[in-house]
Design a protein around this ligand. Structure first.
Ligand code: PLZ
Length: 450
């Protein structure tokens, strides 16, 4: 399948065009205004100010057209301002923009939940409810798990990221910038080793079973399995650097959970909606989570997130115990319904696999020429390289920042990630045209070679 199959992409020329320095003069003017109006705590990867975006490009106020390898952090998988999404949102905006589902409900919310119940892993009976952000989804999943089990402890993993609210910041592993200075943190959160193949002391082949055994042992001995409400895990680490847990790790943890009445919460906020080549990343090892959190790719950029879970768990919470003013806003629900049609009709999971097949061999070849690339990994359109001091496993965050800068200067929007800030991650829109994907890879190669 090629990008030519995607209707709608091409409103903007699908080309890279660098006509000024990046950021250009108009972006720099806006950046000056921003510095006076917005606190520095809110960062931007690349302060070019956007006027338009479509398919595989983002256009800025200076007329530069950048190749998009970020999708707004894995959000615009179906493309920016996807025509079907835009049309449904516009039509909804002309009818009503808000009633609050907790005040007077509407069909689109129910339809989104029906779809989520259908497409998330497992054919058991499920329920879903809608919130505004990934963090809010994770926070609610933990609330529900505690309610349903009557237990308090929650287990998260090294290198994990789950959000910036008090509870999800606590679940998040990395101090700077997410937690530093923001304590005290929420109680009853425990962190376990993650099966990080590239960094496992006894080697990647031992990583899955050993990491699982350590987690099981620590949960049993330090917390006590019967005190644990839930384990929260990303099936591929997102902000942690696109680490695929070593094979066998997730199934072993899921099995331990099942045997001990612990709920398995899959945080699919970054991995969901065809990004990894499956609708959800859990499917890769056949994991059927008790609860799934989703956001980002669900609604093409409109703020929407969800908790989907086993009906017997979800139905336990008392009436009025779950909700929020904007959760499942009608504009966002219309967008989500359009996104799901685009993903399913456009076979975007298959397209994500093709993207991975195009990227991985070229990045592996590049790694063969550059000992600074210690690891090439990821699935589908969620691909990363981890940079190290030549030949060692010592992280190289400065080089990572430098390579990102070179890519940006040449008109390729890439993101960094990782506990050590030494991962370059690539999240192209699933609808990116093939020639832009190839050109983006040329730029990455040139950034290393040149
Ligand atoms: N769970 C797995 O990836 C958001 C964060 C960007 P929200 N990741 C991008 C930043 O620096 O704030 C994320 C995620 C996973 C939860 C979240 C939180 O989702 O929609 O940002 O709240």
């Amino acid at each position: 399948m090629t990008s030519e199959d995607f209707g709608g992409v091409g409103r903007l020329p699908q080309e890279r065009r660098v006509v000024t320095e990046i950021p250009g003069p108009r972006s720099r003017e806006l950046q000056d205004r921003r510095v006076a109006a917005v606190p520095p705590g809110v960062g931007s990867v690349l302060p070019v100010y956007v006027t338009d975006a479509d398919g595989g490009v983002v256009v800025d106020v200076d007329g530069n057209s950048l190749i998009d390898f970020g999708s707004g952090i894995a959000v615009t998988g179906v493309g920016n301002a996807n025509p079907r999404v835009a049309a449904r949102v516009k039509a909804q905006a002309d009818r009503f923009t808000h009633t609050c589902f907790m005040v007077a409900p509407y069909e689109s919310y129910v339809a989104v939940c029906e779809n989520l119940n259908r497409i998330t892993p497992g054919d058991h009976e499920k329920r879903s409810f809608l919130v505004n952000s990934g963090a809010e989804a994770v926070e609610n999943a933990v609330k529900i798990a505690r309610y349903a089990t009557g237990r308090q402890a929650v287990v998260a993993f090294d290198h994990g990221y789950h959000g910036r609210t008090l509870l999800t910041m606590t679940l998040t592993s990395k101090s700077m910038p997410y937690k530093h200075g923001f304590g005290p943190y929420a109680p009853e959160v425990y962190r376990m080793p993650m099966a990080y193949p590239f960094r496992w002391p006894t080697g990647p082949e031992n990583c899955g079973p050993e990491a699982a055994a350590q987690a099981v042992d620590q949960i049993s001995k330090r917390i006590g399995a019967t005190n644990v409400a839930a384990v929260v895990v990303e099936p591929i680490l997102g902000e942690g650097g696109f680490v695929e847990p070593a094979p066998g790790f997730l199934p072993a943890i899921a099995e331990f959970c099942r045997a001990n009445g612990i709920l398995f919460i899959a945080d699919e906020v970054q991995t969901g909606f065809a990004r990894t080549g499956d609708m959800f990343a859990c499917e890769h090892e056949g994991i059927v989570p008790d609860l799934v959190t989703t956001a980002k790719g669900i609604a093409g950029g409109l703020p929407l997130a969800a908790v989907t879970g086993r009906a017997d768990i979800m139905d336990k919470v008392h009436g009025g115990g779950l909700g929020g003013t904007y959760g499942g806003n009608p504009l966002a629900c219309e967008a989500a319904l359009a996104v799901l049609e685009e993903i399913e009709e456009g076979k975007l999971a298959e397209r994500a696999r093709r993207i991975g097949e195009a990227m991985l061999p070229r990045l592996r070849a590049l790694a063969g020429r550059h000992p600074a690339i210690g690891d090439v990994r990821g699935r589908g359109a969620m691909i990363a390289i981890e940079l190290v001091r030549d030949g060692s496993s010592e992280p190289a965050p400065e080089l990572t920042a430098e390579i990102a800068r070179r890519c940006h200067a040449r008109g390729l929007l890439v993101l960094t990630a990782g506990t050590y800030g030494n991962v370059l991650r690539f999240l192209p829109p699933l609808v990116i045209p093939d020639h832009l994907l190839a050109e983006g890879l040329d730029i990455i190669e040139a950034a290393f070679d040149g």
